[in-house]
Design a protein around this ligand. Sequence first.
Ligand SMILES: CC(C)(COP(=O)(O)OP(=O)(O)OC[C@H]1O[C@@H](n2cnc3c(N)ncnc32)[C@H](O)[C@@H]1OP(=O)(O)O)[C@@H](O)C(=O)NCCC(=O)NCCS
Length: 172
Amino acid sequence: MTMISKFAMRLYKGFLQIRWLLRLYMVKLKLTLKGVEFRIGKGSFFPSSASLDGTAGIGKIRIGDKVYIGRYSIIHSKELVSIGSNCLIADMVTIRDSDHCFSQLDKPICEQGFDIAPVVIEDNVWLAAKVTVTKGVRIGRNSIIAANAVVITDVPPDTIFGGIPARELRRR
Ligand SMILES: CC(C)(COP(=O)(O)OP(=O)(O)OC[C@H]1O[C@@H](n2cnc3c(N)ncnc32)[C@H](O)[C@@H]1OP(=O)(O)O)[C@@H](O)C(=O)NCCC(=O)NCCS
């Protein structure tokens, strides 16, 4: 593969997953790509290995100002993932607003559709490395989620949560 075709391939993949466009981190960005709405605030930064994507026509990802998203983090939206300003999202964090439905034993899970609920992360939240945030969760402002936690319930403001499932470790 020539250098040019390698570059074109990379650009194409980046276009699909809004990887490279997010290098325009000094401007506010509002755009719809492949039917997914993205709003990215000023000063937010994303490395090329972070992946932001969603379901065409319904997915929305809203990110405030001065948000840092770490390497290999994944944000996937089928309805809404909203992240406030000044948030720190460490490496290998996963945030998703959906689960697979699985109530029917006689049907493959992949044919049972999705259970969807928006995820809201308020301002000045730090999600440490390898945190997973599941559907329907709201994380209150100024809170911290310790490394490796799986967040399945709301987190109040000004609180440190950790563990699987994540529970309050202490107030800040
Ligand atoms: C949460 C964190 C910031 C430490 O907060 P802290 O309040 O100073 O924590 P402490 O070491 O005093 O521990 C307080 C309690 O939380 C527990 N705890 C700390 N980190 C935890 C974790 N990741 N998971 C579960 N429990 C944890 C401790 O065991 C302790 O429990 P105890 O009171 O029952 O003994 C730190 O543990 C952490 O997760 N750092 C993230 C590192 C990282 O991912 N960096 C990426 C850079 S962006």
